[in-house]
Design a binder for this molecule. Structure first.
Ligand SMILES: C[S@@+](CC[C@H](N)C(=O)[O-])C[C@H]1O[C@@H](n2cnc3c(N)ncnc32)[C@H](O)[C@@H]1O
Length: 272
């Protein structure tokens, strides 16, 4: 399946307009307070210390990798890896501070030796993978025994709205399910089981529920609510349904009773 159904699986094969849109989406999400809350939990789970060598797999625009680079200090090292050449180039172009290795690669087939990193992370990537279990195994393989493997992902099946017309929401969800976009809708909750079955030690999982009471803030994280994403979404859902959804969101916003929420899971295990 290619764009527009699952564009983050095949960024470089998307249209230029969609690629630009997705990069703007990553930038907007990176500044959203609810995403920052998730990232704070993930940072605690990874617990980077000075001198460590770390990997961010599926780094997108690379802002987390740059933060990790500051935290590991001059004796540490950070690799920012992404499947998309375009995103790796965009991440490198935004670089500041100490050097980060920006590399193109597949989290499911990493070209690093065993036990190469002291800790690894991957955020909002697994839902886009054909074989997430292979990616868990690869992340564990490249991590030193005892090192943290931290994976963060969304549970789209937890998405809920209030204040909006629920019949419109049900039509949207049914249609998204039919496109295959929701195929990995339960990725977030499944991470713990995937790590346990892959043999990682001391697996812990932490749900973080993001909640939005303003459509503008929700739209930074939920493309469905973002009017700027209306055109690509119309290709999936039809213009009429996208229009009906935005209309009911606008009505809720005008009344002040808009609510959207969903859970992301921060899961960490130890390589053995
Ligand atoms: C929603 S973005 C998340 C980016 C970043 N982790 C963040 O939280 O902002 C998903 C990223 O996963 C990358 N990706 C998808 N499949 C991948 C794979 N097999 N290996 C590495 N990266 C992949 C995409 O290119 C994209 O940058």
């Amino acid at each position: 399946m290619t764009e527009p159904e699952r564009p983050f699986s095949h960024v470089d094969q998307s249209t230029e307009e969609l690629r630009r849109h997705m990069l703007a989406y990553l930038d907007a999400a990176a500044g959203n307070p609810e995403i920052l809350r998730v990232r704070a939990v993930a940072l605690d789970a990874l617990a980077p210390t000075p001198g460590q060598r770390l990997l961010d797999a599926g780094c997108g625009a690379g802002e987390v990798a740059r933060k990790l680079r500051r935290l590991v200090g001059p004796d540490g090292a950070v690799t920012a890896l992404d499947y998309s050449k375009e995103y790796v180039a965009a991440a490198a172009a935004r670089h500041d501070g100490d050097p980060v290795d920006y590399v193109v690669g597949d989290v499911g087939a990493l070209e690093f030796p065993d036990a190469h990193f002291d800790g690894v992370r991957s955020e909002r990537v697994f839902q886009h993978l054909e074989d997430p279990d292979a990616a868990v195994r690869e992340l564990a393989r490249v991590t030193v025994p005892g090192g943290a493997v931290c994976v963060v992902d969304t549970d789209w099946a937890s998405l809920l709205f209030d204040g909006v017309d629920q019949t419109v929401v049900a039509r949207v969800v049914a249609k998204l399910g039919g496109t295959g976009m929701m195929r990995n809708a339960t990725m977030g909750r499944s991470l713990r089981g995937r790590m346990v079955r892959a043999g990682l030690a001391g697996v812990e999982t932490m749900p973080v529920t993001l909640r939005f009471t303003e459509p503008e803030s929700a739209g930074q994280v939920l493309p469905l609510v973002d009017p700027k994403a209306a055109t690509p979404l119309a290709a999936l859902l039809g213009e009429g349904l996208v229009g009906a959804f935005h209309a009911t969101v606008d009505e809720a916003a005008a009344r002040g009773d808009f609510l959207a929420a969903f859970t992301m899971w921060v899961t960490v295990g130890r390589a053995v």
